[in-house]
Design a protein around this ligand. Structure first.
Ligand code: NAP
Ligand code: HSE
Length: 326
């Protein structure tokens, strides 16, 4: 049994979910994957803050202690400055990193992957796009044999939560945003969500994986100026308003758009509610596929983080033997 010591940066919405999920799943992971996952230290800003069920003795404000004393670093603090410095330090020393930080990857992804490649470290980032939906694995591995032509989806849980609460409960924008923040869906700086920047960062990651193109045209429009009237008018036409991200392959490049769109009630994205996300992938051989699920929130996102940790930690790839079927 291989013990893997995890250094955890951040113990907020996702970090606390991650610690709880490891506790809950530890024995199953030991048996299934042959690794014993241990959270060794946890970096926070405020040690006195109430964190139900978290062992206070693991908390520290000393980042270096967390990074230099782990086998694998899980970065869940968000933002680009401190998070970037800590991730670079870990990669430089050859430590594997798992992150849910799309802002950091969208800004410095190439540089970080080059650093990882130079030191032999790996980076897991499934949780950075669409929370619990395994969309990164689907594009990177499941669809490796096909050519993706376009991606269309709802990539921000906060915006979708706001739009559906305004539509179904008659809430105003500010109240719906506050509820999304209370439930832990929004970014620390919620303007990233409502201006469309968070969705654009996620779309950039998906487009890079799907098309690998460097000549990219982008257009982004948020939901921060939406009114109840706009939603009511859409409803009177049997339509709903959704914040839709689209990436299309173009000759020699790609076009990325994030905008709100009025969709007929029968559209597959129209039935996506609350903090759920969805992605429609169109590929040349397979045609159209729809992925739907929780795009934000503590445990769904933690599950994606944990699956990266397991994949990086286990000594060998799992081989399907079919032995439990008979
Ligand atoms: P959060 O609730 O705000 O938690 C952030 C944690 O990091 C807190 O524990 C905070 O410490 C700590 N922290 C922040 N800056 C720090 C610094 N400079 N030094 C030390 N500790 C610091 O954030 P979150 O919602 O868990 O999000 C974490 C990451 O996951 C972000 O990159 C976010 O984009 C991504 N993500 C979030 C979700 C979601 O549903 N929330 C879904 C997918 C991806 P204190 O507690 O002491 O303040
Ligand atoms: N703030 C993000 C959202 C978290 O609402 O989608 C998940 O990436």
């Amino acid at each position: 049994m291989r013990q893997v010591n995890i250094g955890l940066l951040g113990c907020g919405t996702v970090g606390q979910g991650f610690v709880r999920l490891i506790e809950r799943e530890r024995e199953r992971i030991r048996v299934r994957d042959g690794v014993d996952l241990r959270v060794r230290r946890i970096l926070v800003r405020d040690i006195q803050k109430e964190r139900t069920g978290i062992d206070r003795s693991l908390l520290t404000t000393n980042a270096i202690e967390v990074i230099d004393d782990c086998d694998l670093l899980v970065e869940l603090i968000g933002g680009v400055h401190s998070a970037g410095a800590y991730v670079r330090r870990a990669l430089r020393d050859g430590r594997d990193v798992v992150t849910a930080n799309k802002a950091l990857l969208a800004e410095s992804g190439r540089e970080l992957f080059a650093a990882a490649s130079a030191s032999g470290a790996r980076i897991g980032f499934e949780a950075s796009v669409c929370g619990g939906i395994p969309i990164i694995r689907a594009i990177e591995r499941g669809l490796a044999g096909d050519s993706i032509e376009s991606l269309t989806g709802i990539l921000n849980g906060t915006c979708n939560y706001i739009l559906t609460r305004m539509e179904e409960r008659g809430l105003d924008f500010a109240t719906a945003l506050r509820l999304a923040q209370d439930r832990g869906f929004a970014e620390a700086d919620s303007t990233l969500d409502v201006t469309g920047m968070d969705a654009l960062q996620k779309l950039q990651i998906l487009a890079e994986l799907a098309f690998g193109s460097s000549h990219v045209r982008t257009k982004v429009h948020g939901i921060d100026d939406i009114s109840r009237q706009e939603i009511e008018q859409a409803r009177s036409r049997r339509c709903v308003v959704r914040h839709v991200a689209t990436a299309r392959r173009l000759p020699g490049g790609a076009e990325l758009r994030v905008e709100r769109r009025e969709l007929p009630e029968s559209h597959p994205l129209a039935s996506v509610r609350d903090e759920n996300n969805a992605v429609i992938i169109r590929a040349k051989a397979v045609g159209e596929m729809l992925f739907v699920g929780k795009g934000a929130g503590s445990l769904p996102t933690a599950a994606a983080v944990l699956s990266d940790v397991i994949e990086i930690s286990r000594a060998e790839a799992r081989v399907y033997t079919g032995e439990n079927l008979t």
